[in-house]
Design a protein around this ligand. Structure first.
Ligand code: NAD
Length: 350
């Protein structure tokens, strides 16, 4: 199939295939849109069955980054890269350096960051070959989680988003006594659980990794829930922080929560599930609006990094969500659709 006829092709500015015989690197970089700035996005290392799957992933994910950056009010575009390799078995420092050279060859239209399958050590290899690695500065104060540790920043943004959703939907200024079902107590989920616990919310937690649940039970007085039961719990807020496509026909039919607000990417299994949630009067905080804290954190790299500025920017996720909720209720349209419209208005007018 021609790239330009690919169902996920959406006026991407650059799609670059890279191969390095010495290291065995096989990679694709997609820069979706640079109207607001260089295309920022993670480098995913994954053992794709073939390069058609890798292409689909990189086209879809890079587009998503443009929307996320625009909605988070950043002078940044959207990009993504994929390396076709098993991150545990076949990824090597030489391969990551070759990836760095490929990124450098784009001259700055793509800015790389960590993603699933890549980590701090990989970024250090790439930095040897390219100036276009997001982040780099050491944390400059104890409250600063560091620019490559995106999960604490993401969790803060999700917490702020939950507060905004509670205010809009329930008319409450605080979370005291509210019941939250947290799906996934990983890097983001655990920090979010700490914020929620401190704010007086009551927690029900599920994770397929039992020690993660135990941690929340012990630290935050959470109640453990089996993974298959979490989405249907009788709670005020459902917070998906594990995996995508959790909002589907089955889970929406069971949903008793009035608010869905969590960190997971691509929560709606299909776009029309946004409408299903609206019809059931469940307030959905669009995933890429509420989980932008991590990318905002990356945006403030090097000398311009001040945690106070970053935190203030992350806290703007609250007003952005309020605006989405308000417009959604006025227009009778899903919050997911409104978020897309607001993002497009920013990057398409440039
Ligand atoms: P993580 O891998 O640290 O945590 C995910 C947790 O979910 C793990 O503890 C895992 O055991 C658990 N899990 C997996 N399948 C599950 C299931 N079926 N039921 C319950 N638990 C399950 O990842 P993370 O960094 O905490 O990110 C969480 C989500 O947020 C991911 O979807 C990620 O893509 C998204 N996200 C993360 C960031 C970030 O800064 N880390 C930013 C934006 C979006």
């Amino acid at each position: 199939m021609s790239v330009f006829d690919h169902p996920e092709f959406d006026d991407h500015e650059q799609i670059v295939y890279g191969f390095d015989a010495d290291s065995g690197l096989r990679a694709i970089i997609a820069v979706h849109n640079t109207a607001l700035g260089p295309g920022l996005g993670g480098c995913r290392v994954f053992a794709y069955p073939d390069d058609a799957d890798a292409l689909t992933d990189v086209l879809r994910l890079s587009r998503g980054m443009t929307y996320k950056a625009a909605l988070a009010d950043m002078q940044q575009g959207g990009g993504k890269s994929v390396v076709l390799a098993d991150p545990r078995r076949s990824k090597t420092p030489q391969m990551m350096q070759a990836m760095g050279r490929l990124i450098q060859s784009l001259g700055g239209s793509y800015l790389v960051a960590e993603d699933s399958g890549s980590n701090e050590a990989d970024m250090r290899e790439m930095v040897k070959q390219t100036a276009f690695v997001a982040g780099g500065a050491a944390p400059i104060n104890p409250d600063d989680p560091g620019d490559r540790d995106t999960s604490a920043a993401t969790a803060l943004g999700v917490f702020v988003g939950i507060q905004a959703a509670v205010k809009f939907k329930l008319g409450l200024d605080d979370l005291k006594g509210l019941r939250v079902a947290l799906q996934g107590a990983g890097k983001v989920g655990q920090v979010l659980a700490a914020h929620l616990h401190q704010a007086g919310a009551r927690l029900w937690v599920s994770d397929s990794y039992a020690p993660a649940v135990d941690f929340c039970v012990e630290k935050f007085a959470a109640k453990a829930v089996a993974p298959e039961d979490i989405a249907g719990l009788d709670v005020d807020i459902f917070s998906p922080c594990a995996l995508g496509a959790v909002l589907n026909e089955q889970s929406i039919a069971l949903m008793k929560a009035k608010i869905i607000a969590g960190a997971a990417n691509n929560q709606l299994a299909e776009p029309h599930h946004g409408l299903n949630l609206l019809e059931r009067e469940v307030l959905y905080a669009p995933d890429y609006a509420i989980n932008a804290g991590g990318i905002i954190n990356l945006y403030y790299s090097g000398t311009r990094r001040r945690w106070a500025d970053i935190e203030a920017h992350i806290r703007r996720i609250g007003p952005t969500l309020e605006e989405i909720f308000k417009r959604s209720s006025e227009a009778g349209k899903p919050t997911s659709e409104i978020a897309d419209q607001m993002a497009e208005a920013r990057f398409k007018k440039k």
